[in-house]
Design a protein around this ligand. Structure first.
Ligand code: ARG
Ligand code: GLU
Length: 748
């Protein structure tokens, strides 16, 4: 906070203190993930003051093409609809750029020891070579609308939370249905500001998505988990896909006859030099932030759930990494799994450090004190908000234990792959003698596929270690009243030797044996369900579920429901208290825009990080003995010969990554980072470690998003891979500052 503000505060006394304490540094308001339909009202003036040259309609418009038409959300078609990453269309033929780590699962699925796309990279030299990816979808936002009034209609006066919620749910169902009538779209209504507002999003989801290109992991994942979440960074974290559509340019299942999708808009790519303080904007699908939580919730996260998850994952990652050293095959099998575990693990460690550094709990307590003072100023407020913090304290007091067990349940019980697999087989218990044969056959087909997939990435010795370690955590750390019944054998039969017990369960189960499982599936009839239920791993699954459903989930659900009702009131109060301030709604996997500028930061005393990295840094890290830093020979050669084409900086260096002050979170991976002209200058792929607490508390001094420079992407595609035909498909612009209208050319 600057000194003028502080003096002002002192002069004007406590009321102003209340207001200022909640307001983020307005002169440099980089915090926030904003709604596209609110830009005009709330943000565009400030954005333009900070350098942005386009209008709110250039970003979002439903009557003509706008930037939003070039942004896609990545979804898994077999899972409940939720974007797991973002991507952007960069050619008139539906070419999409996203992160390497977003395409990682797809690239891994196409990889074998003989044809290892992860290791060697992949470049389709023509459209016939592009690879299909079952299960991946990409969606385009068609429109968004404030539907708060329609969602909250017909709630009877004095309705309790249950009635209120069921009216809301049925209103939402009607709105969603109405929104997509006679279209092939999908509609989702979601709560914002803890349920004080509701917005509708309508999407078009494409289902034929093909892999076009990916650099080798030694570029796309350079620095691996060692550098993950860190700056300075040198990861070429990109991959390329293409959206295919039917001949009417509409979504279709994979089909040979499908043709490349023709977008309303694709992003031109600026190859100008990027400078510190340049305006930047990020668009896409941030997943979850929780900026308005009370101190009690921060305490739960920092002192209960984060430590639990960190502890378990530390061991899991060690075991997987040890396994991966045994052969190239195991390395492929566990690469995606370990990356996934390690990512969340490191994030939580960084987040906890950040929360401590920011004194987050104390800061929240101060805000709560100010809130209470404000409430106590009048009777009406006391009536509405007077009990909030007592209630929070009481509810979080109860929640801590259940949330702890829940974390263990997720990380150790369901984190055990065999128990998870057994979970899928447990669907078979639904079938009885009289069940429809076709249903049963479909399920068996499904399980056969699943089982095949499972064993493609399975290494028995590694999994055995994981099995024992994970169950041991649960046994040792979680109160015995939450143990599955099979654990009782530990004392009775194994004299406390729990590892011996778990090894025995593992050895006796058929779930780690593909032959036995296939045999079971091939000869399945409902009479076999008895045998299935006596498998020791299946028993563990059933018993754990029993414990969960009887002793954990009912309490968890009801306490959380009460907290969420309370939270709705608290957020309402916070906004009322600072009625002049414009708040952004927490991220919830809906389309958002963040803006800021290219910026450096000071991570610790006497250390200052610059905001750009270059290829030279890759060569400095180069070390063939360290897997994460083993630079491909071809990249070394290109560096030596300075064969950077038109992609280099004016001083001859080759840019790789940069940091900026855009507020982003998980789900923003693959998001376009745009300049003042709305031209692509890079792809967002990470945050700095010192800033990972920004999901709970943003710090403008410390929080930076990490972006892969678009020029490095072009350099890799063109010079490294020799896939210039892909660059030719794109629209490159230089000196875009003189040509702010360039994107408008694309419009229909
Ligand atoms: N930290 C980034 C994100 O949250 C990148 C993760 C992938 N990279 C990795 N080394 N695991 O998703
Ligand atoms: N890598 C993250 C993602 O997959 C983005 C980093 C972040 O959490 O900000 O979305």
């Amino acid at each position: 906070m600057d000194s003028i503000k502080v003096i002002d505060m002192l002069r004007k006394g406590i009321i102003l203190v209340v207001i200022v304490a909640f307001v983020v540094n307005a002169a440099n308001a980089v915090e926030g993930m904003w709604l596209p339909i609110m830009l005009k009202k709330y943000n565009i003036e400030q954005m333009q003051a900070e350098g942005f040259k386009l209008s709110a309609e250039d970003i979002y418009d439903i009557n003509k093409a706008s930037l939003k038409d070039a942004i896609v959300g990545l979804v898994r078609l077999s899972k409940p609809f939720r974007h797991f990453c973002t991507g952007e269309i960069v050619s008139p033929e539906g070419l999409v750029l996203t992160n390497h780590h977003c395409g990682f699962g797809a690239i891994q699925k196409h990889s074998t020891v003989e044809n290892n796309l992860l290791k060697d990279g992949f470049w389709a030299m023509n459209k016939n070579e592009e690879l299909t990816n079952e299960g991946i979808g990409m969606c385009l936002l068609k429109r968004m609308e404030d539907v708060t009034a329609k969602v909250l209609v017909n709630i009877p006066d004095g309705a309790d939370a249950y009635i209120r919620d069921s009216v809301i749910q049925s209103n939402i169902a009607i709105i969603e249905e109405d929104a997509i009538k006679e279209t092939h779209y999908l509609a989702k209504v979601k709560p914002f500001f803890a349920g004080n507002e509701y917005y509708l999003s309508v999407y078009e989801i494409f289902r034929d998505i093909r892999l076009v290109g990916a650099p080798p992991s030694a570029i796309g994942k350079f620095g691996g988990d060692t550098d993950n979440w860190m700056w300075p960074r040198h990861t070429g974290d990109f991959s390329m896909f293409r959206i295919y559509a039917n001949k009417d340019n509409e979504p279709a299942d994979y089909n040979d006859e499908n043709i490349p999708y023709k977008p309303l808009m694709h992003l031109p790519i600026a190859i100008d030099e990027i400078k510190k303080d340049d305006f930047t904007m990020v668009m896409g699908y941030p997943g979850t932030t929780e900026e308005y939580l009370p101190s009690f919730a921060i305490n739960l996260r920092a002192n209960v759930t984060n430590p639990a998850r960190i502890k378990i994952r530390t061991e899991v990652i060690n075991i997987m990494k040890t396994g991966m050293l045994t052969s190239p095959e195991v390395r492929i099998q566990y690469s995606s799994k370990v990356a996934h575990k390690a990512n969340g693990w490191k994030k939580r460690i960084g987040e906890n450090k950040g929360l401590v550094r920011l004194n987050a709990i104390e800061k929240k307590q101060e805000q709560e004190k100010l809130f209470t003072d404000w409430v106590n100023q009048n009777e009406e407020r006391i009536k509405e908000y007077g009990d909030i913090f007592n209630n929070y304290e009481d509810l979080y007091g109860q929640l801590n234990e259940y949330q702890f067990v829940y974390a263990y349940f997720n990380e150790s019980i369901l984190g055990t792959e065999l128990i998870d697999l057994a979970g899928s087989y447990s669907d078979l218990f639904e079938y009885k003698k009289e069940s429809n044969n076709e249903d049963v056959e479909m399920k068996i087909d499904d399980l056969t596929k699943k089982t095949k997939n499972f064993f493609k990435d399975y290494h028995r010795p590694t999994d055995k270690k994981l099995f024992v370690a994970l169950l041991s955590f649960y046994y040792n750390d979680v109160d015995a009243k939450y143990h599955p019944k099979s654990f009782s054998a530990i004392d009775k039969k194994y004299k406390g030797d729990y590892e011996a017990c778990f090894i025995n369960l593992f050895e006796k189960s058929m779930f780690n044996n593909p032959e036995k499982l296939n045999n079971f599936l091939n000869n399945y009839s409902v009479s076999k369900n008895k045998k299935l239920s006596s498998d020791p791993v299946m028993k563990l699954f059933i018993e754990s579920m029993y414990v969960y459903h009887n002793s954990v989930s009912p309490y968890l659900v009801s306490i959380k429901q009460d907290i969420s009702n309370l939270h709705k009131t608290y957020v309402k109060g916070i906004r009322e208290l600072n009625s002049d301030k414009i708040y952004f709604p927490d991220a919830n996997s809906t389309f958002r825009i963040a803006y800021g500028k290219v910026d450096n930061y000071i991570p610790s005393d006497a250390v200052e990080y610059k905001c750009f990295t270059t290829l030279q840094g890759i060569m400095e890290k180069d070390n063939p003995d360290i897997f994460d830093y083993d630079v491909p020979q071809r990249l070394r050669d290109l560096y030596k010969s300075k064969n950077f084409g038109e992609y280099a900086n004016s001083d001859g260096t080759m840019p790789v990554c940069f940091t900026a002050s855009n507020h982003t979170t998980g789900g923003n991976s693959g998001s376009p980072v745009l300049n003042a002209d709305g031209h692509l200058i890079g792809i967002n792929f990470d945050r700095n470690w010192e800033g990972t607490m920004s999901d709970l508390m943003y710090d403008p001094e410390m929080c930076r998003n990490i972006t892969l420079d678009a020029r490095y992407i072009l350099f890799i595609i063109d010079k490294y891979a020799g896939a210039k035909h892909l660059v030719n498909e794109m629209t490159l612009v230089k000196e875009s500052k003189q040509n702010p209208q360039a994107i408008k050319k694309e419009k229909k």
